[in-house]
Design a protein around this ligand. Structure first.
Ligand code: AMP
Length: 115
């Protein structure tokens, strides 16, 4: 755990979040500033700052991101109509929280290219 990291604090239960899914590797909670009718963040329990800090040992966690996203999208009812699963990396990617996370967005039409 990194003491200054807000997502580490959510993982540790030190600050509240609306948790939608959790297992031994991941938690998923609703984004406080949703950009779609459904907007969840899938977050590894382990502190990993960015996509660039992943290594081969993280492969099971990354596989879990996709299975958890599929499960959540079905449970929340937007699997078949479609959704977006994205990661922002570093400043130009739009990253503002330096604990790896994946945005799961659903419930509206997504645009391409993204802004
Ligand atoms: P990113 O720009 O990819 O780093 O996304 C960070 C996301 O974390 C943003 O969508 C924020 O709205 C969200 N966020 C920041 N703090 C919290 C929090 N305490 N609970 C839930 N979502 C948060």
């Amino acid at each position: 755990m990194v003491n200054s990291c807000i997502f580490c604090k959510i993982v540790a239960g030190e600050i509240p979040a609306k948790i939608a899914y959790q297992d031994d590797l991941l938690i998923a909670f609703h984004d406080v500033h949703p950009q779609a009718p459904h907007h969840l963040l899938l977050v590894p329990r382990k502190h990993i700052a960015t996509t660039l800090d992943l290594d081969a040992s993280d492969a099971p966690m990354l596989a879990r991101v996709f299975s958890a996203a599929a499960q959540l999208s079905r449970e929340l009812g937007f699997a078949e109509e479609g959704f977006r699963l994205v990661n922002n990396c570093n400043r130009r990617g739009g990253q503002v929280v330096w604990h790896l996370h994946f945005h799961l967005l659903g419930g509206r039409d997504m645009t391409w290219p993204p802004g």
